[in-house]
Design a binder for this molecule. Structure first.
Ligand code: DGL
Length: 272
């Protein structure tokens, strides 16, 4: 049965907007509800068990209050922590960013020496090592590097400048040393720092974001489950934040564009 219910998308904050943008561009008639858990970000340094319980809570909220037909975990850390668990416990389709990202970077690399950067939680979970092995068990060499501090720059709205560049040069040194030809931005916040990251690793390294591949995975899953909308006009876009909503809208607009003119507040202490 086609379904005009919205697609639920969530992240710790603004990073998932890169995925939301790709979904909107590919599927403009679908309604989306985006949840940025800014009162509890960053997820990267927190224990995966904690991030798993946040992910459960947000998914339950999106299903109960917004009647979503699918959940897109637009966050690598939350995908690493909770994707399997959500898939087992929810009746609606769950799409994460790790498998689409791993597939994209494996396709792009010709030397099969690949880098992946992400939060401490994502890198320590080894979710990408497992995903790459699952896609292509033959000789892909993967260099994984955690980049603490990148997310905070994005959330502060600082995408360029000397401080970003100094941190990028320091954190990305092992990637340069490993002589990779493709680098997966394994955190949905990182595309906003693509310029600094690109300058740091040099022109010979192709930067891959999981946003587009995840949007294709969403489209494929909706088709397979016969859940595509029948709406032919532009879909509704709803943005929710568990933190300061005026800041979310102001900062979010700079990243996402004028469609994010307001955000609806959600207060966890009143619901949990
Ligand atoms: N955007 C998230 C990710 O893809 C995490 C950012 C964070 O909250 O640390 O991993």
């Amino acid at each position: 049965m086609p379904s005009n219910q919205p697609i639920g998308i969530f992240d710790s904050g603004f990073g998932g907007l890169t995925v939301a943008r790709a979904i909107i561009d590919l599927l403009p008639s679908e309604d989306i509800v985006y949840f940025g858990d800014t009162s509890r970000y960053p997820y990267g340094p927190q224990p995966l068990e904690e991030v798993k319980s946040y992910s459960q809570q947000i998914s339950d909220y999106l299903i109960a209050e917004h009647n979503v037909k699918m959940i897109v975990i637009a966050c690598n850390t939350a995908s690493a922590a909770a994707e399997g668990d959500l898939r087992n416990s929810k009746e609606i389709p769950i799409v994460g960013v790790i498998t689409p990202g791993a597939q994209a970077v494996a396709e792009v690399s010709s030397t099969k020496r690949i880098g992946v950067i992400g939060t401490v939680g994502t890198i320590n979970s080894q979710a990408y090592d497992k995903a790459i092995k699952g896609i292509s068990p033959e000789n892909i060499e993967l260099v994984s590097v955690a980049c603490p501090g990148f997310v905070e720059f994005v959330e502060r709205g600082e995408f360029e400048g000397e401080q970003v560049r100094i941190l990028a040069d320091r954190l990305l040194a092992p990637v340069i040393q490993a002589d990779v030809d493709a680098l997966l931005l394994g955190c949905t916040h990182y595309p906003y720092l693509a310029r600094a990251i690109g300058e740091s690793v040099g022109e010979g390294v192709v930067l891959v974001s999981s946003a587009d591949e995840t949007a294709f995975a969403v489209a494929k899953s909706l088709r397979a489950k016969d859940l595509e909308t029948t709406n032919i006009n532009q879909g509704n876009r709803t943005f929710i934040s568990s933190g300061d909503v005026s800041w979310f809208a102001e900062q979010g607009q700079k990243l996402f564009g004028p469609e994010l003119e307001k955000a609806i507040p959600h207060n966890w202490s009143k619901t949990s």
